[in-house]
Design a protein around this ligand. Sequence first.
Ligand code: ADP
Ligand code: MG
Length: 354
Amino acid sequence: MLFNPKPKTRREDLYNREEELSEIERSIKKGVPLVILLGIRRLGKSSLLNVALNEIPIKSVKIDARKIYSQFGSVPHTALAEIILKEYTKTTPRERIKDVLKGIRGVSIGGVNLELRTNKSVSLSEVLERINSLGERFVIAIDEAQYLRFSNAKYPDLISWAIDDLGNISFILTGSEVGLLEDFLRIHDPESPLFGRAHVEIRLNRFNRYQSLDFLRKGFEEVGIKVEEEELEEVVDELDGIVGWLTLYGYNRYLGLSHRKALKKLKEDAKRLILNEFSKLKELSPRYELAMKAVASGKHRWKEIKEAVELLEGKRIDDKNFSNVLNNLVRYDYLEKTTKGYFIPDPLVELAFR
Ligand code: ADP
Ligand code: MG
């Protein structure tokens, strides 16, 4: 169902994105070692990743870096090693598992269900090396990969080593343009271990007006609900082609709400969701929220945003400190930096901070 609010997993539930999907498939089949899928929240990165992994006839594992981070407060490489090994051996006949794991330290098989367990001495590079040596191609997909930064492990070094030495392994990483690509992987920075490594970048854009309307029409047709064209126009005007929000609106109507109520509920839910996601940054400093409020109220230039925040705080702020605040907001996709200044890329995020 197009309006199912969970990340999609089946191709028939994924509207559009044909081009991006075939680019991922083509790249992986050709053996491109690193595919990077970029886009702001709720444009469908996880959905596209799920569908791509289902469609590509190559063994793969999907790791949700944000989930591991929220579990451990960091992204330990031992956790990745365990997830990868469990997934890799899922289809291996029991009597062969020991053989597959040969030479990897810190792994044991035990319990009633012959469960695979790892301890602290397991090493991710050893795991990757072993899997590579077994001769089958393997795809490691890491969703929200910018969360890998929260770790002692040097993931960019590890990935660049794997790219150079482990020909059977490919990575697909999803995340944000600035947070993942420029800040964490630093793929265009000559000082970075990943600089100059073969890779493919795929950017997810919002739907255009035509696609947004078409998505809604198809979604409503699928669930057999008749809707007015003006209602759809209004929804598209307000949600700016962000498929995650269009989906939630459709889902609210599927649950029986009227147009007005569905839109109202979407905005309320979105606000709660957005402020909840934002609370981590806010815990670091209340200044993040004030800067968002300033931009939401129509300030866009660095200087005018700073002045507005200073007014709210009732004190002067150091320039460098303020630049850090704005850079972090860009890094986490709450702001977008253009030649005209700083903007909020999602209308419901803007609304949440008004
Ligand atoms: P992201 O990972 O970029 O934040 P998700 O994959 O979680 O985005 O998608 C956000 C919401 O939008 C989910 O409800 C998902 O079902 C829906 N969605 C995303 N892309 C599509 C698509 N191409 N067609 C239909 N629904 C989609
Ligand atoms: Mg996602």
